[in-house]
Design a protein around this ligand. Structure first.
Ligand code: PGA
Length: 249
């Protein structure tokens, strides 16, 4: 049985002071028994948020990292830096990074390999545009993204990573994929994992849905057999995140 994993992606929101105010509201109210819970916060918020969460089971995640160990990469943050301040998860290849910061499939793969090598759990984001969905190429496109992100990742390593299926048309738009649409792609992702590796690995890997998840739709989405939780943007900045984590099927 896969344990659900629900991660808040705070994106570029909350100063350290504001972050602590939000953590205070959420931390004792989210149920960490039923699901693993992660707050993926801006880099500058990591140290204070990790400190504020130290007596809880909520993990801290980052939203990006560099694929190199260290050196002349101005403006970048390394896996070792993140590990040193208590980070356990890192979002890799979010569509906003692919769209606005030229993140390529190749770089996503390099970051995934580096995160795994260092012992961080990558949350690898994939998902189609509205145009691709309308052309009925969603599954083909997502399969390519998954294969390319996992190049040179072993079966054992793949079993521990998290994949987030986030249709771009559903991110921040208030338009959520229906539970059937989300399940169709999440199950296709599990199938491609089984093809690359084996059924055991496909059964282990956790696949989240992301895109306008809120307290009212979380239960139905997370109740689907191939959806193992969510990556939540806008609603992770509000008290509604408590309803999402404490969802009822
Ligand atoms: P949203 O964002 O929940 O605001 O749609 C999800 C994400 O981008 O991870």
């Amino acid at each position: 049985m896969r344990k659900k994993i629900i991660a808040g992606n705070w994106k570029m929101n909350k100063t350290p002071k504001e972050a602590l105010e939000l953590v205070k509201i959420l931390k004792d109210k989210v149920d960490t028994d039923k699901s693993d819970v992660v707050f993926c916060v801006p880099f500058v918020d990591i140290i204070p948020v990790a400190e504020a969460l130290k007596d809880t089971n909520i993990a801290v995640g980052a939203q990006n990292m560099c694929f190199e160990d260290s050196g002349a990469y101005t403006g970048e943050i390394s896996a070792d830096m993140l590990l040193d301040i208590g980070v356990k998860y890192v979002i890799i290849g979010h569509s906003e990074r692919r769209q606005y910061f030229n993140e390529t499939d190749k770089n996503v793969n390099k970051k995934v390999l580096k995160a795994i090598e260092k012992g961080l759990t990558p949350i690898v984001c994939v998902g189609e545009t509205l145009e691709q969905r309308e052309k009925c190429v969603t599954v083909d496109f997502v399969r390519i993204q998954v294969k390319s992100a996992l190049k040179d990742v072993t079966a054992e390593q793949a079993g521990n990573i998290v994949i987030a299926y986030e249709p771009i048309w559903a991110i921040g738009t208030g338009v959520t994929a229906t539970s059937e649409q989300a399940e169709e792609v999440c199950s296709a992702i599990r199938k491609v994992i089984a093809e690359i590796y084996d059924l055991d690995t496909a059964d282990k890997i956790r696949i989240q849905y992301g895109g306008s998840v809120n307290g009212s739709n979380a239960g139905e989405l997370f109740g689907m057999s191939d959806i193992d939780g969510g990556l939540v943007g806008g609603a992770s900045l509000k008290e509604d995140f408590i309803n999402i984590v404490n969802y009822q099927e």
